[in-house]
Design a protein around this ligand. Structure first.
Ligand code: GLA
Length: 740
């Protein structure tokens, strides 16, 4: 198939980055072939004989001189399967007999619903191209945006759909991108869950037909996350080809993974077409979300390490303190009052918690729900963002000053897009919520969703948040979102236009976050939605961290954190240590076990620390200090999932290695020892085999005879042995290795 041809490749852009990897984007004018190279990846597509944009290759990086002939559409497979359908198009319009998932489906004012997109032109862009497609007869233009990250080879793709005609056109379905894999045997990985049970990794054979993962909820959702990874036949955690992708959209979304009748696989993702209908008036455009896609030759572990680095370097926002830096700063160790006090917050109680938190070595004190309006429980107050005078008679200032005097910065909980019917805001503006006039408004947790798509609601939300941040010295907002949509009407608009809400709500959310960050460039934000109901690469452009689950049980968290890291970096994975027995599972665990479970991510404490004994206080203080020393390695290093806690595993272990291989941290957990089985030798990964590493315990012991210093080769080949007494239920150990 691959054939070197002599056509001159026009090198459009080549930028060198620190790692020495170049991203190239080239267009072979004679063959009409586009080629993108970055990291260890090449992505190639071209214009076929009919004018369609056809995918040609996605995988390991090809030789610089390798070239492709012009794309040839796949043939018709008897009369039932058209060539148009069989050909892996980059962005197929629904028309001409397309039976797989279209990238774009539209209805024209005259009833025509046939759309066939052909190549029109292209322009060079940094690390990529904008390629313009146009319908064969109507002035619908689609610009496909491609940008290849030079370091990771992760490709950003999105589409702009434009109506240059004189009549409105309704977009019924619009993807960000379609990805194609040739016929083969594959395993699909995707993440599902529910409240307090997020981040279940599902692994299943790709079968003929479609697997749809989606949210129809108006936001990302706990139930499925917009991420996928597809493994080639025999790939596993460490070996083999993996193609992966993550959709950067925090509204209703859909990713369809389908294997067609010829065994080829397509992945199409973007706005969820369910109840979608975006009217494009003459001259208007619709921008799709971005769909990121990557390839790793070294298994699921390699795929997640690429994605983590990409998130750290290219997705996560910077504050004024980290502006222009390669990486965002590791998260401060926080204290959060929610599980200790729930809604019963007040000045004296929060001050007492703050004193204790400071004594533990906490960096940031966060006051959760209950401080505003008439918020005594979850029946009232959302929407009324004034300080509750009974609980805080002197406003927030005395508490914030106290927190600062104790050497911590201050964070505050908000839930900006919600309103309780029992609130001044709702009494004044009942029309501000998502609703259909004359129909019931379904409450969940006694609250309704403000229609953030409305300009007045947007102005209100931005206004009160700006005011809180201007009037108080606040370093951090925990931005919560505690229900999904119902009755998604927007009665300000004509009936035919109301479905715009699916796009404009999320766009306004992003623009509020962007504007707040611009006005308050030191402020950091967490995306929380009753746990992980809004975790995706869209919101992570504007938020520094996320809350992975309301479930803080340290044993459940091991599996959740394992699932989480397939898609997201440990840096954004907040993990609190809370009280035992745990409120959800009634499970009793040691403080050491709870601490080590949380130390795998960005550590926080969420227990009622005023009740902790001196011994507990000393343990937490010691482990927080140990965590601070190695935190960049844990949250920004390369993660190796050594033993998965999934599927009832008796043991689990992770290891992180600094990119320069100078330090590594190992965590080991026992669920429940059976038959006296000893913890298996941990064969470490990613170290420099020739360097000497000194091992020191953070918690627990190694087996008698374990060297204090040994080569990377020793730790990787011989492995690390735990103490033979490391047995029992819910046991944990952690070690660090430092290069000599
Ligand atoms: C959500 C969050 C919790 C807490 C409560 C407050 O459930 O996930 O952490 O903030 O809201 O009401």
């Amino acid at each position: 198939m691959l054939k070197a041809i002599s056509a001159v490749l026009i090198l459009l852009s080549a930028s060198l980055i620190a790692s020495g990897q170049a991203a190239n984007a080239s267009f072979d004018t004679a063959a009409k072939v586009f080629r993108l190279d970055g990291g260890g990846v090449s992505y190639v597509f071209g214009v076929n004989q009919r004018g369609e944009l056809q995918q040609l290759y996605w995988g390991g990086r090809l030789g610089a001189a390798d070239a492709f002939p012009q794309a040839t559409a796949l043939p018709e497979w008897v009369s039932f399967d058209s060539s148009y359908s069989n050909t892996p198009q980059e962005y197929a319009g629904w028309g001409a007999g397309l039976f797989n998932e279209p990238a774009l489906k539209v209805s024209f004012a005259d009833g025509n619903r046939d759309l066939v997109l052909h190549y029109e032109s292209h322009t060079e862009q940094p690390n990529g191209f904008d390629v313009v497609l146009k319908d064969i007869s109507r002035p619908i233009f689609v610009t496909l945006h491609y940008a290849m990250d030079p370091g990771s080879g992760i490709l950003s793709r999105s589409a702009t759909i434009e109506n240059r005609g004189t009549e409105p056109v309704t977009v019924e379905q619009a993807a960000a991108a379609s990805w194609a894999l040739p016929a083969g045997r594959y395993t699909l990985n995707y993440l599902t869950g529910r409240w307090a049970g997020e981040w279940t990794l599902n692994q299943e054979t790709v079968h003929p037909g479609a697997r749809v993962i989606e949210s129809r909820r108006g936001s990302t959702g706990h139930q499925a996350n917009p991420w996928f990874a597809i493994q080639a036949g025999d790939s596993n955690e460490d070996h083999g080809s993996v193609w992966f992708g993550a959709l950067a959209w925090s509204g209703s979304w859909r990713i369809t993974v389908e294997q067609d009748q010829l065994d080829a696989v397509r992945v199409t993702g973007g706005f969820n077409p369910f109840d979608f209908g975006y009217v494009l008036h003459p001259g208007e455009r619709l921008e799709s979300p971005v769909f990121y896609g990557g390839y790793a030759a070294n298994g699921l572990g390699g795929a997640s390490r690429l994605l983590h680095r990409f998130e750290l370097e290219h997705i996560l926002p910077r504050t004024s303190a980290t502006a222009g830096q390669a990486l965002p700063k590791p998260r401060p160790v926080i204290y959060n009052s929610w599980e200790a006090t729930e809604f019963k917050v007040n000045e004296a109680g929060q001050m007492a918690l703050a004193e204790k938190a400071a004594a533990l070595g906490i960096d940031r004190f966060v006051m959760d729900d209950g401080w505003f309006g008439q918020r005594k429980d979850d029946h009232a107050g959302l929407g009324d963002w004034y300080v509750n005078a009974e609980k805080f008679p002197h406003g927030l200032k005395p508490l914030i000053d106290k927190v600062h005097a104790l050497g911590m910065d201050f964070g505050l909980w908000v839930e900006p897009e919600m309103v309780n019917p029992d609130s001044d805001l709702y009494r004044k503006h009942p029309d501000w919520v998502l609703h259909f006039p004359g129909r019931p408004e379904s409450e969940q947790r006694n609250q309704l969703v403000l229609n953030l798509a409305r300009p007045d609601v947007r102005a209100y939300v931005l206004g009160f948040l700006d005011k809180i941040l201007t009037e108080n010295d606040i370093a951090f907002l925990k931005w919560d979102y505690n229900r999904n949509w119902s009755e998604p009407g927007w009665d300000q608009l004509p009936a035919a236009e109301q479905k715009r809400v699916y796009v404009e709500f999320t766009r306004n959310l992003y623009s509020i976050l962007a504007e707040l960050r611009q006005k308050h460039p030191n402020v950091e934000i967490e995306s929380c939605s009753g746990g992980s109901g809004r975790v995706d690469l869209g919101i992570l452009r504007y938020t520094d961290e996320v809350w992975p689950s309301d479930n803080t049980d340290p044993f459940d968290r091991l599996t959740q954190q394992d699932g989480f890291t397939y898609a997201y970096s440990p840096q954004v994975m907040m993990a609190w240590v809370t009280d035992s027995p745990h409120w959800l599972n009634k499970r009793t665990t040691s403080l050491e076990y709870r601490m080590l479970s949380s130390m795998q991510g960005s550590l926080g404490i969420g227990a009622n620390i005023t009740k902790w004994s001196d011994e507990e206080t000393a343990t937490a203080k010691r482990l927080i200090a140990a965590y601070h020393q190695v935190q960049p390695t844990i949250v920004q290093g390369n993660l190796y999932r050594l033993i998965s806690p999934r599927n009832g595993s008796e043991f689990s272990a992770t290891q992180t290695v600094r990119p320069d291989k100078s330090q590594s941290v190992v965590f080991a957990f026992i669920h429940s020892t059976q038959e006296g089985r000893l913890f298996p030798a941990l064969k470490l990964k990613g170290l420099d085999p020739a360097a000497e590493y000194a091992l020191s315990p953070i918690q627990g012991k190694t087996r008698v005879g374990t060297p204090e210093v040994a080569s990377g080769a020793w730790w990787m080949n011989h492995g690390l042995d735990m103490d033979t007494e490391f047995r029992g239920d819910f046991q944990a150990a952690a070690f660090r290795l430092d290069r000599k």
